[in-house]
Design a protein around this ligand. Sequence first.
Ligand SMILES: [Zn+2]
Length: 437
Amino acid sequence: MENQNIIVKNALVVSCDAEHSVIADAGVVIKNGQFNWIGPMASLPDIKNVQIIDAKGGILMPGLINMHAHCGDTLFRGLVEDLALEDWLQTVWKAEAAILPDAHACQTGTELGIAELIQGGVTTIMDMFWHPETGYAAAKKAGVRWASGGIFFDGPGMDGFGPEMRLQQASDLFDQGHEFVGTLPHGTYTNGPDSIKQALALSREKGGFFCTHAAETAFEQATIQQNYGTSVIRHLDGLAALGPQTVLAHCVHVDDGEIKLLADRGTHVVLNPMSNLKLASGIAPVPAMIDAGVNLTLGTDGPISGNDMDMFLAMRLTAVLHKAVSGDATAVSTKQTLHMATLNGAHALGAGARLGSIEVGKAADFITLDVAAPHTVPMFNPINHIVYSASKADVRDVFVAGRQVMKDRQILTLDVPDLCARITAMQPEIQASLDAK
Ligand SMILES: [Zn+2]
C-alpha cells in the first residue's frame, strides 16, 4: 500500500537532527508521506485506520543518502581488479564501451545497484551514469529518490554518443519533472573548460546541481597542473564552478588553500573512502575539511571501485581512517560521520529542510535496523553502534515518503531474483567484451 498513514511503535529513534536527538521507547506517526508526530510511546496519539509497524525496540533512523554512485556499473563488478586508477579506467572503459550503448543493459545494471542500495538502507542516491534517463526510470520503479542528470564527456561516450549530443541530452532531462536534476561532467581531465562551462551554464539556467569528480588522484592533479598551470580545485574555481549548487566527488588531493576555497564557496564534497583505498587514490584530509566548515557527505562510488555499495562501510571507514592517519583518536566523531550519511547529503541536494532527519514535517524516508544480534548487544549508544557495529545486513525495513519499499529485507518494488538471473545471463557477453579489440 502506498503512502498510507502509518504508526511505528516501540522504536529507538535516532533522528540525525541538528542536536543528534535520540528518543528511546518512541512512537512515530506518518501521514501523507511525512512525519506527523514523534514522541514517547506513553503519549502516542490514538489514531484509527493506520498501518501499524512494531519496530520491536529496533533503531528507526533516516534513510541513508549516498551522494556518489554509478549504479549501472554493477554489470562490471569484479571484472577488473588491482590496477592503478588510470590503467583500471582504461580497461573498465573498454568493457563499458562494448556493453553500454545498450540503454536496456544500463537500466538493468542500475536496477540491480538500486536493489543493493535499498537493502543497505539507502533511500536517496546521486548517480552519474550513461543513459541517465534509464536511471530515473529504474529509480521510479524501485521507489527511491534519484539525483542525476546529463553526463558531459569530451571523447566518445560509453553510450555510443559523441560530445555534440551532451547539451541537448542534459537539457531534455530538466524538462521531465524529476525531483533532482543536475549536470555531471565526468572530470577536469576528461572535460575541457568549454564542456564544463556548458554544463555549468545549463545547470544554473535550470536551477539544478553541478557534480563532477575532482582531485581524486595525484595523477589527475599533475595532469591539470600541466594542462592549466594550476590545481584541480583552483581550475574549477577559475571556471566559476564552485558554489552551493556544486557537489565534488573525492577531493582527496587538496591543500589548505583549496580547502578554504571549498568552504568559502559553500561547495559540497562527497567522500568515497572505500574507492579511494582500493584504487590507492589516497585519503582525503577530512579533519581539515571539517575544521574549515566544508559540508562533507558520503558516497560509495561505483560497484567496480567499491566493490559493494555499502554506506555502513563508508561510515565506518570515515570514522576510523582519520584517527589512524592523524594519530588522534578524537578525529571525526560518530555523530559527525552519521550526519555525513544523512542530513549533510540532504543539504548538498538543497533539500535539508525536507529530507535527511526524523523530524515532524519532513518526508518519511526512514529505515529500521535490527539491534538484537550478537554484534549489537549491549547498546549503550545507538549512534556509536550505527557507525561502528551495525552493518547493511541489519537493515530490516525501508520507507521512502511513507511508502514501504523493503519489508523484512524483501524488496517490494523490484523482482530481485529475476534481476539477478537476467544479469547473470549477460555475464558471458560482458566477459567477452574485455577480449574485444
Ligand atoms: Zn565516481
